[in-house]
Design a protein around this ligand. Structure first.
Ligand code: ADP
Length: 486
C-alpha cells in the first residue's frame, strides 16, 4: 500500500474530510453516552429520594408506637416498585425494625445505617433517610434500588449510531467530492500544465484561475512565470535567427574569399610552375648539350638546379592537393578496392620496376564507402612511401590487404612494407604537414604525403594509423565505413 504522503491530492482531501467527520461523529456519540449515564443516575436518585421521604413520614407513628405490623405494611407498599430490591426501617439504635426483600434476592444483609447518604454500588443505588419525630431522629429508612444498567441500551444506541454514521459518511463523501474539487482542481491543473510545459517545451499554455485564495495566487505566479519564459524563448528564437542570418552572411563571404584564394593560389601555382619548368628544362639542356664541356662541379650544380626545381614543383603540387582537400565538397559512393589498388599499382609501375619491388595484393578486397579520387590519392601516397622508405640495398616487398573490423561497420585497409620502419615516438608527428624524419639527401619528399592521407581519411569519417618500429618495416592502415553498412 502506498504511504499517505504519496497518494494523490484528490484522495488526500477526501480521506481527510472523511476521517475528520468520522472522528467528530465518534466524539459526539461518546459525549452523548456519558451524558446519558449521568442523567440516568440523577433521575434514579431523585425518584428514590422522594420514595424514601414518603416512607420516612409514614413510618414515624410505627416507630413512635413501636408498631411493627404498621411498619411492615408501610414497607409492603414498596413491593409494587419492582426496582426496589430491599427496604428496611431502622430504629433509633440502628437495629432493623422492619424489612422487606424481593423474593429473587433470597436473604439480604442490610448495611449499617449511614445518616442521609447514598452511594452507587455495582448496579444498585443505596439510599438512607432519617425519620424524625418532632426534632428527634427516631430511626432511618433504607432503600436498595436496582438500576437497570444504562449500558443495557447500548445495542440500541449502537444501531442508531451505525445508521447515523452511514448517512453522515455518505453526506461527507459527497461533500468531500465537492470540496476536494474546490481545493485540488487548481493544483491538479497546475501540475498538468507544468507537465505539458516540460514535455513539449510549450510556454504558451495558461492555467485557468478558479479562486482568489493561495491556489489562485499560485496560478497567477505560475502564469507569470510562463509569460517570462515565453518572452525568453521568443527572445532566444529572435537571437538564434539573427545569429543564423549572420553566420549565413559570413559563410557566404568566406566562401567567396576561399573561392578567390583558391583561384589565386591556382594561378600563382600555375605561374610559379612555369618558370620552374623552364629552369629545370634549361638546366637539363645545359647538361645534355654542354655536359661534356662542363667540369664535374658544373655538371653537379646543373643537376642540383634540376633537382631543386623538380622538388619545388612537387611541393607546389602537393600543397595544392592538400589545400583543395580541406575545401572541396566530397561525394561518396561504394568503392571497389580491388580495381582501385590495381590502378594505383599501374600508376606507380615505373617506380616499382626501377626498384624491382614485389607487390602482393590480397584478393577479394571488400568495398568501402568514400570518395574515389581522395581514396586513390591516399592509396597512392601510402604505396609510394612504402616503395620509397626502403633500405637502398634491399628489395621492397609490399603487401596490400583489407578486412572488415570486428564490429562489422568498417573496413581496415592496410599497406605493409619491409622498409626502414618508424620509431614509435614519431608515429604521431609524421601525419603533420612538413614533418619529415630524413633529410632530402637520404629520401626525397615534401613532408605533405601523410598529411594528405590523414586529411583525406578524416574527411571520409575514417581513422588512420601506423604500426611500426625502427628497422622492422611498417604497416600503415586506414579505417573507412563498410559500403554495405553506410
Ligand atoms: P614525404 O614522403 O614527402 O617525406 P610524408 O608525409 O609522406 O612525406 O611522410 C612523412 C615522413 O614519414 C617521411 O619523411 C618518413 O620519414 C616517414 N614515412 C612515411 N612513410 C614511411 C614508411 N612507409 N616507412 C618509413 N617511414 C615512412
Amino acid at each position: 500500500m502506498r504511504p499517505f504522503r504519496d497518494i494523490s491530492i484528490q484522495r488526500k482531501v477526501t480521506l481527510v474530510i472523511l476521517l475528520t467527520s468520522l472522528f467528530a461523529l465518534v466524539l459526539t456519540m461518546v459525549a452523548l453516552l456519558v451524558y446519558e449515564v449521568f442523567v440516568f443516575e440523577e433521575n434514579a436518585l431523585k425518584n428514590l429520594s422522594s420514595e424514601a421521604g414518603i416512607i420516612a413520614v409514614s413510618a414515624q407513628p410505627a416507630l413512635d408506637f413501636d408498631d411493627k405490623n404498621l411498619a411492615d405494611e408501610i414497607l409492603s407498599r414498596v413491593k409494587a416498585n419492582h426496582q426496589i430490591a430491599a427496604a428496611c426501617i431502622y430504629d433509633k439504635d440502628g437495629m432493623v425494625f422492619a424489612s422487606c426483600v424481593r423474593a429473587d434476592l433470597g436473604s439480604y444483609e442490610f448495611p449499617v445505617p449511614e445518616i442521609d447518604s447514598h452511594r452507587f454500588e455495582k448496579n444498585s443505588l443505596l439510599l438512607f433517610r432519617h425519620i424524625n419525630s418532632g426534632s428527634d431522629m427516631i430511626g432511618q429508612v433504607f432503600l436498595r434500588y436496582d438500576l437497570e444498567s444504562p449500558f443495557a441500551a447500548l445495542p440500541h444506541y449502537a444501531a442508531i449510531f451505525g445508521v447515523i454514521s452511514l448517512v453522515l459518511l455518505v453526506i461527507a463523501l459527497f461533500f468531500a467530492a465537492w470540496l476536494q474539487r474546490l481545493i485540488s482542481r487548481p493544483i491538479l491543473e497546475l501540475a498538468r500544465s507544468a507537465q505539458l510545459v516540460k514535455d513539449r517545451g510549450d510556454f504558451s499554455a495558461r492555467v485557468p484561475k478558479y479562486s482568489e485564495d493561495e491556489c489562485g495566487q499560485l496560478t497567477d505566479t505560475f502564469n507569470d512565470m510562463l509569460d517570462a519564459l515565453q518572452k525568453g524563448q521568443d527572445e532566444l528564437a529572435r537571437h538564434a535567427s539573427e545569429l543564423e542570418r549572420r553566420v549565413e552572411e559570413r559563410t557566404a563571404s568566406q566562401r567567396e574569399t576561399i573561392a578567390f584564394l583558391e583561384s589565386f593560389c591556382y594561378t600563382i601555382a600555375h605561374d610559379l610552375r612555369a618558370p620552374l619548368r623552364s629552369m629545370a628544362g634549361f638546366a637539363a639542356a645545359i647538361v645534355d648539350d654542354y655536359g661534356p664541356r662542363l667540369d664535374e662541379a658544373g655538371r653537379h650544380y646543373a643537376q642540383r638546379i634540376i633537382d631543386s626545381a623538380q622538388r619545388m614543383d612537387r611541393l607546389i603540387m602537393d600543397l595544392l592537393v592538400f589545400g583543395r582537400l580541406s575545401q572541396q565538397d566530397l561525394t561518396f559512393s561504394a568503392l571497389d578496392l580491388n580495381a582501385m589498388t590495381q590502378k594505383v599499382v599501374q600508376t606507380l609501375g615505373d617506380d616499382i620496376q626501377t626498384k624491382r619491388a614485389e607487390i602482393t595484393v590480397q584478393p577479394n578486397l571488400p568495398e568501402v564507402w568514400g570518395n574515389n579520387a581522395v581514396l586513390e590519392q591516399i592509396l597512392t601516397n601510402l604505396i609510394a612511401n612504402a616503395l620509397k622508405f626502403c633500405h637502398p640495398d634491399s628489395r621492397p616487398r609490399i603487401r596490400v590487404g583489407a578486412q572488415t573490423t570486428t564490429n562489422g561497420k568498417n573496413v581496415r585497409l592496410w599497406v605493409h612494407d619491409n622498409g626502414i620502419g618508424i620509431a614509435p615516438e614519431h608515429h604521431e608527428r609524421i601525419f603533420r604537414a612538413f614533418e619529415r624524419l630524413h633529410s632530402n639527401n637520404e629520401y626525397t619528399g615534401t613532408g605533405i604525403g601523410l598529411a594528405i592521407v590523414k586529411q583525406g581519411v578524416e574527411r571520409m569519417k575514417g581513422h588512420v594509423g601506423v604500426d611500426s618500429a625502427s628497422g622492422q618495416g611498417s604497416t600503415f592502415w586506414i579505417e573507412l565505413p563498410r559500403a554495405e553498412a553506410a
